[in-house]
Design a protein around this ligand. Structure first.
Ligand SMILES: O=C(O)CCC(=O)C(=O)O
Ligand SMILES: [Fe+2]
Length: 341
């Protein structure tokens, strides 16, 4: 069911049996996921519900989008407020910060830019406070249509994962679904252009600084380039590579679910640094080593913004009292997003 590769430590969970129709299979998958999220906060999930050809298409669109002229990408600018997290952010625009809310400290941290560009997509519809910001369709016909569809394909995966986690935690199967009806989710297209490797190693530049995610969980689709690193569960400050494993997606717990679970599930620090080097050194003088470009597509699963959550049943007792007050999902997420812009 699940196996631990000692060099990776993040468990690989085979999701296939979850849909076998047998209750014991569903329980075994749920338990394996629960244990991975309890111990590591991360799991590689294989035999998931997103077809490979859809992922290939998603990465092809991702590359096509970022290859557009800068002036076209800037037709869909990210608004100047963190809470309206939609549209395009160019290189250095966003700085992911870890739990720092005061302006002065955020300013300090921003001096080392994140060397990435991104495009954020949420649900469409009249009842969202944060409508999507698309480039005109004629600039990349099919792009909007594809990601509108991909948003729903991701939601189907989310539904399965939320059921599995609930079963693994001994909660009613649909427990989490009741809080995840409205698809208040977000897809993020990411492109990390090639960069001189020494800048990353010297800390003059970052790809994505070490952070935890905010929401319920993140389903991360990554290309084969590498660069994702996850904090060691035994050694603070030590980061281990989480390379691409063909056919899997990386799923990790966010702060919201960690809090909801009274810290029974972990939201683990991760970052993106240099992937393995290109074999051929590049650069004007032929000596500067350039990293390869990386593309990734995290799908952030978020609870319905109007929902208030209190500690999960089964995650508190007399000897393990509730650590957190009930909180409104939307407020929690906006507060975190406002710190990144
Ligand atoms: O590019 C990646 O693989 C990581 C992205 C990430 O951690 C994030 O956007 O929160
Ligand atoms: Fe992340």
């Amino acid at each position: 069911m699940s196996g631990t590769n000692p060099s990776l430590s993040i468990p690989v969970v085979d999701f296939g049996p979850f849909s076998s129709g047998r209750r014991e299979d569903a329980i075994a998958v749920g338990k394996a996921l629960y244990e991975a999220f309890r111990d590591y906060g991360f799991a590689y999930v294989s035999n998931h519900t997103v077809p490979q050809h859809i992922l290939d298409e998603a990465f092809a669109w991702n590359a096509r989008f970022f290859a557009l002229p800068q002036s076209v990408k800037e037709k869909a600018p990210h608004p100047p407020y963190g809470w309206w997290h939609r549209g395009y952010s160019g290189l250095g625009r966003e700085k992911v910060v870890q739990m720092v809310y005061d302006k002065e400290s955020i300013g300090e941290l921003r001096k080392v830019p994140d060397f990435k560009e991104s495009f954020e997509i949420g649900r469409d519809g009249p009842d969202t406070k944060t409508p999507n910001i698309w480039i005109p369709d004629e600039d990349l016909p099919g792009f909007r249509e594809f990601f509108t569809r991909f948003f729903d394909i991701g939601y189907e995966m989310e539904v399965q994962m939320l059921r599995a986690i609930a079963i693994g935690m001994g909660l009613p199967d649909e427990f989490f679904l009741e809080y995840h009806q409205r698809k208040d989710n977000q897809i993020r297209l990411l492109h990390y252009p090639p960069v001189q490797e020494s800048l990353l190693n010297d800390g003059k530049m970052e790809r994505i600084a070490s952070h935890t995610d905010f929401g319920t969980m993140t389903m991360l689709f990554q290309d084969s380039v590498g660069g994702l690193e996850v904090e060691d569960i035994h050694e603070k400050g030590k980061f281990n590579p989480a390379p691409y494993i063909p056919g899997t997606i990386v799923v990790n717990i966010g702060d919201f679910l960690q809090r909801w679970s009274n810290d029974h599930l972990r939201s683990t620090l991760h970052r993106v640094r240099a992937p393995p080097l290109d074999e051929t050194p590049q650069g004007a003088d032929g000596t500067q080593k350039m990293t390869r470009a990386r593309y990734s597509i995290p799908y952030f699963v978020t609870a319905d913004h109007e929902k208030v959550i209190d500690t999960l049943p089964g995650c508190f007792s007399e000897s393990d009292p509730k650590k957190y007050e009930p909180i409104n999902s939307g407020e929690y997420i906006s507060r975190r997003l406002n710190a990144t812009y």
